[in-house]
Design a protein around this ligand. Structure first.
Ligand SMILES: [Ca+2]
Ligand SMILES: [Ca+2]
Ligand SMILES: [Ca+2]
Length: 179
């Protein structure tokens, strides 16, 4: 299903781009954040699905600067469709000091599976933590602390009707869709 930006859609995206942090997750774009807790930013690239498995790559930040070689990780596909996330952000859900990888997908079609929350739990493992409710068919995702409680919240933009959606980063480590 093709999605085309109309003139108004392009204007909205440009406005969002100006108001968003540089780390905003564009469709099919790598995004950065410290996923292994060593204090250095890492680069996450979501690479899709192979059968019933989702894959991603992480290039970890090195002590002297730069990044190591990308390592491929996988986790069981929660939905059994080739919808594994193609945009994301690194945020600390719950504010417990451990960062999570929050992904969503341009082709997401089920509100119950809008977001996959992942966490790197050791050097060789990325674990699926939870799925979260949200809008379908997003064009982009970004993070901002819109309620100013110190935890970075999530926003998405879709040109399929709802525009910007807001998701609160809750104390219990979830995303609360402010519907
Ligand atoms: Ca790191
Ligand atoms: Ca956390
Ligand atoms: Ca917040």
């Amino acid at each position: 299903m093709a999605k085309k930006l109309g003139v108004l859609g392009v204007a909205a995206v440009l406005t969002l781009a100006l108001a968003s942090p540089a780390s905003a997750g564009e469709w099919n774009a790598p995004f950065s954040g410290d996923v292994d807790g060593d204090g250095r930013a890492d680069v996450v690239t979501l690479t899709g699905s192979v059968g019933s498995t989702c894959t991603l790559q992480i290039a970890h930040g090195l002590p002297g600067g730069g990044y190591g070689a990308a390592i491929t990780y996988s986790f069981p596909n929660p939905l059994q469709y080739p919808v594994c996330g193609d945009m994301g952000e690194v945020v600390d859900l719950g504010g417990d000091g451990t960062n999570e990888i929050v992904t969503t997908d341009y082709d997401a079609f089920d509100t119950a599976y809008a977001f996959y929350v992942l966490r790197q739990t050791d050097p060789t493992t990325v674990t699926f933590v939870s799925r979260e409710y949200g809008d379908i068919m997003p064009n982009r995702i970004w993070q901002t602390d819109f309620n100013h409680d110190g935890r970075q919240d999530i926003c998405t933009y879709t040109d399929q009707g709802r525009g910007v959606d807001y998701y609160l980063n809750t104390e219990s480590g979830g995303l609360l869709w402010l519907f």
